[in-house]
Ligand binder design. Sequence first.
Ligand code: M6R
Length: 604
Amino acid sequence: MCGIIGYVGFREARTVLLESLKRLDYRGYDSAGVAIIDKNLKVYKEIGEIANVEKKIPQLKGTTGVGHTRWATHGGVTKENAHPHLSCDKKIAIVHNGIIENYTKLKEDLKKKGHRFVSQTDSEVIAHLIDDVYKGNLEEAIFAAIKKIKGSYAIVAVSQDEPGKIVGVRNESPLVIGVGDSENFLASDITAFLKYTDRVMFLNDGELCVITANSIKVLNTNKKQIKKKEELITWDFTDAEKSGFPHFMLKEIYDQPDSIHHALRGRISEMEETITFPEPVEKLLKSEINSIHIVACGTSFYAGLVGKYLIEQHTNIPVFTEIASEYRYFGTRNESSLVIAITQSGETADTLAALREAQLSGSKTLVITNVIGSTATRIADGYILQQSGPEIGVAATKTFTSQIMVLFLIALKIALLQKKLGSDELYNYLFHLKALPRHVRDVLERSNDIIAIAKQLKDAKSVFFIGRGINYPLSLEGALKLKEISYIHAEGFAAGELKHGPFALLTKDTPVVAIVTQDETYEKILANIGEIKARGSPVIAIAEDKDTEIENHADFVLRFPVSSHVLPCIPITVVLQLLAYHVADLRKCPIDKPRNLAKSVTVE
Ligand code: M6R
């Protein structure tokens, strides 16, 4: 939540900061602002979109500055609460991502010392704490300030008296250095500066960095300079562009034939009939595991539910899925359980807290994430990268299908280790997995059928999604996608549960989307559809191409291809994503930036 950027170099900071903020705005879009040293410190901030700030900034020659895009936590959406926040003399500017838990007390103390506050935010205390001890050396002042702060933060600051220098520090909020030639960057994530450089250094909690156009200095909590490894990012800048699509979400849905393929890349070998993960992951999967606990939030949690079905189907290990914010306080743990945290961003505060909790209790920890160098990768004993490429749209799409792919590989790997899977069966699975990108492409080519159904749904007040078995978590995900981007109330249910209560809500105006696969649940879900139709609700079935029976039961049918029953959940998900997208598009909703949401939820 909240995106921060700092730039120092040879380009006009105005252009770089605005450009970078536009790439970060998925982290929050309540307000935005920049501070640029142009002889003296100049600050521009506005509520709403970054374009509102852009309109107000004149051409400036300054080449050092900081910027922020806000997702409001403390204090309403007002210009005063927008970042950057300033010292009393307006010479020091800070941008902050995180939460300062003890800000009320700090604010009182600072007020008594004569500091004047203009906002209701927790962040403003940081500017005044620095100001309070500043004697011409920003890093010294920041070291002193953070000693007083309790909470999470990534802070980037500049001082008018030290032009050409930026200082950043982090604790439980992401901050990464972009390494350029005669220019350097600091940002909440890589996409902010990917246009300018693919060389990065990841900061750990407690580390502080001082960057100028030609130098990078990183200090640990003891103020001792440390050497940081420079890493090369393989994401392409164009991956973070809309590439002609009207929305990032649609582009990312269409990325899936590639991202699904990439989730397998470097991991499967049909020739050798193996599945291989990085060494620490191999070690974890080979260790004694009595149970698996999957912890995650939102869409990643639903991927975890899919994972439960997959792992339990192929191995004899029981899998418990727990919402990360609940696991943190109430989850059961033990040393022979493996805790798998799923988080595309690798920065979700609740998931990180659950992960830390699991480690404290001695469980082994594995992370599935899309972001190399993210905090999650540095906490866990091992991590598997989704290799999906950057996801900018707030609604998770391609990262969900990649998470499922990785979970399936984990299930197969454990089955191999447990000798529950023979090489012929593995060959067969891998063969069909490789066909999935083609099935997804097939669904994408049928988008006109989906648009036709979206037209039927666009004025609904409430939509239900139902499925059985592995299709149950898909119904939850289908409902989440629809509600978050179209603002239509939607709920997902295990199909058998409707008659235990939700039936009371069914009317002829409540469309029900039923996910139907020709497996052991087929007859039962047809019966459920019959029960729903008897209440007069229209049923839209998502069914296999080969299902000739379904038309006799449902009012409308959307089709997906299957050549076998290996992960039909992948093409089904794409149908659900396109359905939500087109409904939201017909309703003219701000698809990439739904109200009140942010891509990366870095507060608990
Ligand atoms: O980065 P994470 O995977 O940890 O994010 C978890 C959720 O915040 C996320 O999946 C959210 O539910 C999606 N934006 C929904 O589309």
